[in-house]
Design a protein around this ligand. Sequence first.
Ligand code: NAP
Length: 304
Amino acid sequence: MKYFDLAGYRASRIAQGCMRIASLDKKEVDTLIKTDLDCGINFFDHADIYGGGECERKFGEFLKDNPSLKNEIIIQTKCAITNGYYDFSKEHIIKSVEGSLTRLGVDCVDFLLLHRPDTLMEPEEVAEAFELLSTQGKVKCFGVSNQNPMQIQLLQKYLKDIKIHINQLQFSITNTGIIDSGLNVNTEKAEAIDRDGYVLDFCRLNDITIQPWSPLQHGFFGGTFIGNPDYSSLNKKLNEIGEKYGITATSTAILWLLRHSACMQPIIGTVNTERIKDISRGANIDMSRQEWYELYKSTGKTLP
Ligand SMILES: NC(=O)c1ccc[n+]([C@@H]2O[C@H](COP(=O)([O-])OP(=O)(O)OC[C@H]3O[C@@H](n4cnc5c(N)ncnc54)[C@H](OP(=O)(O)O)[C@@H]3O)[C@@H](O)[C@H]2O)c1
């Protein structure tokens, strides 16, 4: 596993998403987290809403049973999606974090992200909430998710001594919105239209780590593209390049994200330990620039 500096933490390049652990029993959760740690994955992504709180609770149970492993684990959680809407109010943010701390059984989380933009946001209120949580030692570092550059800048304006370190975005080889426009500048192609305010370049310019979520899914939770007949050219190319390196198509698709020079941290959601081992093995390989572009084009995308 490769590591990078994330706000002073030595974080694994791959993070484990915990959105799908609610259905696992205690032993399965134990095996999953220990497999991650054995593979060098030390970063775990949660949200207050995952499994209605059950994901954080099960993770907390693991931490209680394995106190010696607590120091090896970096915990991130998210807040602000609630009852079918988004809530960036000070009251909600604080209440949500306190709920997460209770379920996880910890005094603080390493990272807190705002899950989805709330257009009714009062940035002053968010700043007050973040400052209080930081002063109280309940949250070490902060970030956002699914936000464009203007939204981040607006928030950052009010966060005096707090930096936004992370932006979690949907990005996979079949969801390439954040790179398409940059590849098609000054062309008449539909891909030249930017929908996200040049979020990739903005994050790089401002040292904000992009965490691609759903790295193996197509559409919006459309299922995995791995082995999916609708993506036969992509799968053929993933298999061909994977074979060269002795890794699977799944691992190759994650490697494609890792190869981007923005030093992104993909959040994998699999709860299958064999897949985790396979993906981690592949994370140490360096894919060539040519292979990276061949994979991009195998989805049907063209370069100008
Ligand atoms: N910020 C946001 O708005 C947001 C939104 C969604 C998710 N997230 C975060 O991102 C994490 C990852 O999301 P995700 O779970 O959608 O990611 P994912 O890794 O793209 O998808 C995982 C799902 O794909 C299946 N899968 C993976 N490889 C497979 C293969 N080779 N063959 C068949 N099935 C395969 C997994 O099944 P198995 O478990 O059986 O392998 C699992 O159901 C979440 O846990 C969460 O932490 C954030």
